[in-house]
Design a protein around this ligand. Structure first.
Ligand code: AHM
Ligand code: MG
Length: 337
């Protein structure tokens, strides 16, 4: 698709409206959906920035479907997203990390064209220490008829059927990165006017990594190919450096811009790794590929995997194309853990 040309400083709204006009068959629901996501991002960003003052630090005392402690901001972010998505007629179903089952749009509202998968607040172990966290989302077009309740068939789809994906990082600034058929573009929130402006045009990730990112504390338990890859990353002639925040979205964002490879391999205790396929692996793999990078599970392309459950996990190798290919070649021969 030929993208309309945009200057830096273009608002997200204008970007959405002009790409909408250039898209045959577009109904406007996608523009509305992106506006709802951007609004949620602004609300979460405001809350993240003053979490310590707003009584939003710490846990709720509950454990989510993943068996992890729910932070107050996790709950706020999840409720904000679901409220923003359910009533404007663009969405039929939401798959969220914080919900046990799918969330279908209540019957008083139109059941729209899109299915959204979302990790409302990724990296939540970093909330209480003011390190970067984020929201990750993916968008499928539903397979069942619009206006009717969505079914599980709308959600359990291979990642290659995504039509868009993105994330919002809440760091020293708030940045929304959006991947569509018009490429990967980043928008920075100007909190003084409450609008996202185009700041990173047509992002292309370097083919070669300058950075490798993984939690090496687990390396003794990793599959052997991943260990060997990281051993090679440390060879002086590779001239790589290591960076790991422990917020997937923040590690991914840095590597996307600078060139890097992120690994979260399988271990004996977690043979499918830790990260979730539908709302972490798929959206970031879609963005990586659109930006010229790659993503695998150590054996096959992430976007080709067909999920069998909503909260299924996946090993993840993602980032610069040549390094992902090398890591995958080393890991593909590993015995299944
Ligand atoms: P979350 O979605 O519950 O925050 O968990 C996922 C996070 C990722 O952001 C990050 O890459 C990973 O967990 C870090 O895990 P670990 O602490 O095992 O390195
Ligand atoms: Mg997460």
């Amino acid at each position: 698709m030929t993208a309309p040309q945009f200057e830096e400083g273009t608002t997200l709204d204008r970007f959405l409206m002009e790409t909408h006009r250039a898209t045959p068959g577009a109904t406007g629901q996608f523009v509305n959906l992106m506006q709802s996501i951007a609004l949620s991002g602004k609300m979460i960003s405001a809350r993240v920035n003053r979490a310590g003052l707003a009584g939003m630090l710490g846990g709720t005392g509950d454990v989510n479907i993943q068996g992890e402690f729910v932070q107050k901001l996790d709950r706020y972010a999840n409720e904000t997203f679901i409220r923003a998505l359910e009533h404007r007629g663009h969405t039929c179903m939401v798959v969220s990390e914080e919900e046990g089952g799918v969330v279908r749009v209540p019957s008083q509202w139109h059941s729209g064209r899109y299915v959204v998968t979302v990790d409302p607040l990724d990296g939540s172990s970093n909330i209480d220490v003011n390190a970067t966290i984020g929201t990750i989302f993916g968008v499928f077009r539903r397979v069942t008829p619009e206006g009717e309740p969505a079914t599980d068939a709308d959600g359990l789809r291979p990642g290659k059927e995504l039509i868009a994906a993105g994330y919002i990082v809440y760091g020293s600034g708030t940045v929304m990165v959006l991947a569509t058929e018009y490429g990967v573009n980043g928008f920075t929130l100007d909190p003084s006017v409450g609008e996202f402006f185009l700041s990173h045009r047509d992002i292309r990730t370097p083919e070669r990594a300058k950075i490798y990112s993984c939690n090496e504390a687990y390396s003794e338990a990793w599959q052997p190919g991943a260990r060997e890859f990281v051993r090679q990353c440390k060879q002086p002639e590779r001239k790589l450096t290591a960076r790991y925040i422990g917020s997937l979205v923040a590690d991914f964002h840095r590597n996307l811009l600078k060139g890097g490879v992120f690994l979260y391999p399988a271990t004996a205790d977690n043979p499918e790794g830790k990260l979730r396929l539908l709302y972490e692996g798929f959206p970031l793999a879609f963005i990586a590929e659109m930006a010229g990078g790659a993503a695998t599970n150590g054996r096959e392309r992430i976007l080709d995997v067909v999920p069998s459950e909503l909260h299924g996990r996946t090993p993840l190798v993602i980032g610069s194309k040549l390094d992902v290919a090398e890591a995958t070649a080393m890991m593909a021969e590993d015995p299944q853990l």
